[in-house]
Design a protein. Structure first.
Length: 56
């Protein structure tokens, strides 16, 4: 996977919240999809709009 190390940590570190890990993973999968659709020139602003997230 893209970031399997993070995912493995998320599931093995007991202090890591599984739900937030899954949310983070789903978020990154959406980001990857947008980058694939729009190509490498996609801007951060476009990414945030596409995944429905604000930079904060």
């Amino acid at each position: 996977g893209h970031d399997s190390a993070m995912v493995v940590m998320a599931y093995t570190d007991p202090s890591f919240n599984r739900e937030s890990a899954e949310r983070m993973l789903n978020h990154w999968l959406r980001v990857m999809d947008v980058i694939r659709e729009r190509g490498p020139k996609v801007t951060l602003t476009q990414l945030y709009e596409a995944v429905g997230d604000s930079p904060e």
